[in-house]
Structure formats: structure tokens, C-alpha cells
Design a protein around this ligand. Sequence first.
Ligand code: ATP
Ligand code: LTN
Length: 335
Amino acid sequence: MENTVCEPQKRALSCIQPTGIPTLGNYLGALRNWVAMQDEFECFYAVADLHAVTVKQEPAKLRQQIYEMFALLIAIGLDPEKSLLFVQSQVPQHAQLSWLLSCQTQFGELSRMTQFKDKSAKHADNINAGLFTYPALMAADILLYQPDYVPVGEDQKQHCELTRDLALRFNNRYSPTFTVPEPYIMKTGARVRSLQEPTKKMSKSDENQNAFISLKDDKDTIIRKFRRAVTDSDAKVCYAPGKDGVNNLMEIYSAITGKTNEQIEAEFDGKGYGDFKTAVGEAVAAELAPIQERFATLMGDKAQLEALMKTGAEHASYVANKTLKKVMKKMGFVI
Ligand code: ATP
Ligand code: LTN
């Protein structure tokens, strides 16, 4: 008989904040990869609502956005039977471990986080302690589940490195406790840029609606936004330094169609930006249409969403509690 050694399945974990309908950037940079990973890995995915309150939120709107984000995760193809889907605030171990980890995190480390610098500049009237200690909560989200990989977009790399440092620090100071996770960043779509300012990342909280494609935008809106996208006066579809707008559109088109830059250049050789932008818009609209249909059906049954949240939170809490208890015991608490 053949002697097969069964490798344990690797784990992946990621979260997304319910701060609005996700953009094409969130989808290509993170969410789409989450779906692709669910067959190969044991996956944990959460709606990071505790993170969302580091900036001001209107309660009724936040509640709606939590439902929407949870529904959207299922609509994009995450299967609650295959992946563990849950809402962060429904699993109290996140807040508990976050406190313990924040006592192992240095002020200097948190001061260097670019997301803190960006967000404190953007919300200068509300630079609260949570915004500053946010990476300790993110580290707790991750480390509780002992994942090997954290699929995120490029902008979260710095937070993932801090999480690794904290895991190593804890393991060295006490004894091996945490798996040291690696960020899992895809090459295509890792940094989708704003359609209006293509040097900046596409962000769902951008005030200019034309700067981003929301996963809820209809076909006409999508095509109109792409047609208005900032490009250059060169009128040649080619990937080159300095052509940020065109490069961004090519990256989006490539991420959706799987075509290489050479194939895209050949396809639009001799054609203007108008044809190219419409083609990108049509490809994106076709990708999003079935997601939008499933999303509408799911949002029509909140009781079903609540039941799925409850099951997810119970399972997550069971896994998270094992890690939390270990950590507390090692730190000297009476448990
Ligand atoms: P906000 O605009 O509210 O600060 P955000 O749009 O950056 O939020 P998050 O909820 O913070 O979205 O991010 C969810 C995931 O999407 C993260 O893994 C992040 O790296 C990824 N992501 C966000 N924006 C982009 C982008 N423009 N390109 C690629 N990935 C992105
Ligand atoms: N910080 C992330 C969201 C987030 C996250 C996490 C991502 C919160 N907890 C754990 C991966 C793993 C963001 O702002 N995009």
C-alpha cells in the first residue's frame, strides 16, 4: 500500500471593515482572492465592525452596513459551509486579546503605521485611542485563529508585519503560542488606484463618487465612471512609466479578463481610449452582475443572515477561546 502522509490543511484569515459598500479595489485586491482560497485552505473571514468605530459612525447606518457586508461576502461566492464567516464584535475574544497584545506593543511601533498617519490627518477632529491602537486589535483578529496566511491588499502589509513581530515577541517571551502568519498578496489587483487620481489607491470612503467603482454600481454607472477616468493625452493603450491612469485601467482589465499587457496592447492597437474604457467598463459590469443579483436576494432575508452570523460567531468563538485561554495562562492570569 502506498504510504501517503496527509499534510494538515493550511489556514487563512482576513477581515474587511463595514465602512460602506466595497469598491472594485477591495474586490480585486482582497475579496476575490478570499473566494479562490476557500477550496485550498481552511478559511476564516470576518466583518471587522470593531475597527469601523475608530472613525465616527452613525449607529443605524453602521448596523445596515454590517448586514450588507456580511451579505456581500456570501454574494461574491464565499460559502458558509466551506469558510467560517462571522462578525468580529460577536466574538468577544477579539477585544480581550487585543488588550493583552496592546500591552506588548510599543508606542513607537504604532506611531510608524501609515494608516494611522493617513487616518489621523483625514479625521483630525477625532484622533482617538482606538485609531492609534487599531493594529493591536488587528493582530488579535489574526492571531486568535492561528492562520498561516492573511490575504490582504498591499496597503495592509505594514499591519501584517507588526502582527508577525508581536507573535514572535510573545513566543520568545513566554513559549511558542502563536503561528507566525504571512501576508498573502496577489500580484494582479493588489493596488487598484483611484479613477480620478490614479496615484492614490481606490478607496470606498473617497468623497468623489467618480473615483471608485462600488460593487453596487449598475452597468451604466460603471461604464460612465470608466469613460470619465483620468488618463493622458497620449491616446495609446500601452503600459508604461508615468501613464498611471492607463496602467491602472490595464491592470483592472487584466485582473478581470486574465489577458496580459501585451494582449491588451494588441487588442486596442490603433484604437483610442474611448473604446478601451468602454471595454473595461463592460468587463467589470459583467463580472459584478451576478454578485449584485445574489446580494439583493440575501438582503431580502435578514433573519437568515442573522442565523448565519450566529452560527459563524459560535464556531469562531470556540476556536478563538482556545488561543485566548492559552495566552492568559502563559501571562499569569488565573483561569
Ligand atoms: P476605507 O476607504 O474605508 O479606509 P478601504 O477601502 O481601504 O477602506 P478596507 O476595509 O480597509 O477598505 O480593506 C479591505 C481589504 O481591501 C484590505 O485587504 C485592503 O488591503 C484591500 N484594499 C482596499 N483598497 C484596495 C485597493 N485600492 N486595491 C487593492 N486592495 C485594496
Ligand atoms: N485593517 C484592515 C481590516 C482588518 C483586517 C484584520 C485585515 C481588520 N482586521 C485582520 C486582515 C486581517 C483594513 O483596514 N483593511
